[in-house]
Write a protein that binds this ligand. Structure first.
Ligand code: ZN
Length: 180
């Protein structure tokens, strides 16, 4: 749950981060930035701001803006019918992104949110800076944390069905509720 004020402030901050990275977004796009608190009501710790540029039945392009230290919680993109799940390429436009996936645990930089140790299970760390990219296979768990200046990240993918994404933390609700 976010207040209207928190939601609007987060949209403005995200638009600033995106524009500071050099990407051009229109004002009508800035007004459509999704603010996701994942139902946890502590946006600056666990959350994300997401601008959808392309969403067709076959593909999606999104810009994800994370504030300094903000964590996009561990999730994966499950199979849906004949579709093996969303394949996602992440490319950093600005800032530092700590990206976590399955593999040899070498987590050094991110701070797992307090009390959430059980919900951040993949701990192979990749430090990504502007120009770095990685492709995440369908079904592969991943989570991200922004470095000290925040991060702006492109997400290029096959069809996105955000509502069907699965999160390790059972408390997460994908739809953000706004308290007026
Ligand atoms: Zn993902």
């Amino acid at each position: 749950m976010l207040t209207r004020k928190e939601f609007e402030a987060a949209q403005i901050r995200a638009a600033e981060l995106i524009r500071a990275s050099g990407l051009v977004i229109r004002s009508d796009e800035a007004a459509k930035i999704e603010v996701a608190d994942f139902g946890l009501s502590r946006l600056s710790v666990e959350g994300a701001q997401i601008l959808t540029w392309v969403a067709t039945d076959r593909m999606a392009v999104k810009i994800i803006a994370l504030t300094p230290g903000q964590t996009l919680p561990e999730h994966w993109h499950p199979r849906v019918g004949d579709d093996p799940g969303k394949e996602e390429t992440i490319r950093v436009a600005a800032g530092i992104l700590y990206c976590y996936m399955d593999g040899e645990p070498n987590l050094r930089m991110a701070a797992i949110p307090d009390g959430k140790e059980n919900f951040y299970t993949v701990r192979h760390e990749l430090m990504m800076k502007a120009g770095d990219q990685i492709t995440l296979a369908p079904g592969a768990k991943h989570w991200f944390q922004a470095g000290p200046d925040g991060a702006v990240v492109y997400s290029f993918s096959t069809v996105a069905r955000d509502i069907l994404d699965r999160f390790t933390d059972p408390a997460i609700e994908r739809i953000t509720k706004i308290k007026e």
